[in-house]
Design a protein around this ligand. Structure first.
Ligand code: URA
Length: 262
């Protein structure tokens, strides 16, 4: 490839960013799970390769093409007796194609066993990189919302998502992806055993309540997965529509008084 001066390279980069490029990728997809198991190890010195293997997600057997992904998820999830088991079972689950393009399994953050469990949609770019839910701009707003009623992931909140792998280009989750990951979410709720579930946005409502329409659902208590459930606007929506923060504040106060009275 011809060499390029720094000014041209910078102009090209700025142009790509304006077009919406937010990551440097090749022309073909990369199976990062396969990479971490093989080529990374070949390319690095031995000590570094050992570190990489230690950090790599557990290898999983290829998916049986004749198996029902939802039934496999339900059986594996039910067999998990702890959150650590569940995380390992999800890492080994081979039926969800999102896993192939993801850098990390984003399992949860916060305090397992906390009274409040927040359920979001799916990791974005920052979460995929960090391996933790809600660490980007929406996550920072979520932290401020929780702090406004005395909650924090460091002390008294547990946070997860419907999907543990980032959908490419942050596209919406597909119904079949939500359906196959739902048994894991249900088991996650049972094992974390919070007093209340807070559902962030439509996809979380769809996965847990089987219905969407967040403008109608928000602020209204429901019951699902054997828990009281409070749907709220997703923080990413509030970043786009700051005028709706007033309603989110009402819902936070509803949660606060429920926690006080319960
Ligand atoms: N949005 C979500 O729903 N979850 C995350 O983890 C980040 C952004």
């Amino acid at each position: 490839m011809e060499s390029m001066d720094a000014r041209t390279a910078l102009a090209l980069l700025e142009w790509q960013i304006e077009l919406g490029v937010d990551e440097t990728i090749g022309e073909t997809g990369i199976d990062r799970y396969a990479l971490s198991a093989t080529s990374t190890a070949q390319a690095r010195p031995r000590a570094a390769a050992q570190d990489a293997r230690a950090a790599a997600p557990p290898a999983s057997a290829p998916a049986d093409p004749f198996a029902d992904p939802v039934a496999v998820a339900a059986a594996t999830a039910m067999a998990a007796g702890s959150l650590a088991d569940l995380r390992a079972a999800m890492a080994a689950y081979a039926h969800c194609d999102l896993k192939r393009g993801a850098r990390n399994l984003v399992f949860a953050d916060g305090v397992p066993g906390a009274r409040v469990m927040v359920i979001g949609e799916a990791p974005g770019r920052e979460e995929d990189q960090a391996g933790k839910p809600f660490v980007g701009a929406a996550g920072q707003l979520l932290d401020r919302m929780l702090a406004a009623i005395g909650l924090s992931r460091g002390e008294n909140v547990y946070i997860t998502n419907v999907l543990p792998w980032r959908p490419p280009q942050n596209r919406d989750p597909k119904p079949e992806e939500t359906a196959m990951m739902r048994p894991f979410l249900e088991r996650h709720v049972a094992l974390a055993d919070p007093d209340v579930l807070v559902l962030m946005g439509n996809f979380s409502c769809e996965a847990v309540l089987g219905t969407r329409g967040i403008t109608r659902l928000r602020g209204n208590w429901a019951q699902a997965m054997s828990k009281p459930v409070l749907p709220m606007f997703h923080p990413a929506f509030l970043l786009r529509r700051p005028a709706e923060k007033r309603k989110a504040w009402e819902d936070l106060l509803t949660l606060k008084s429920w926690l006080r009275d319960d």
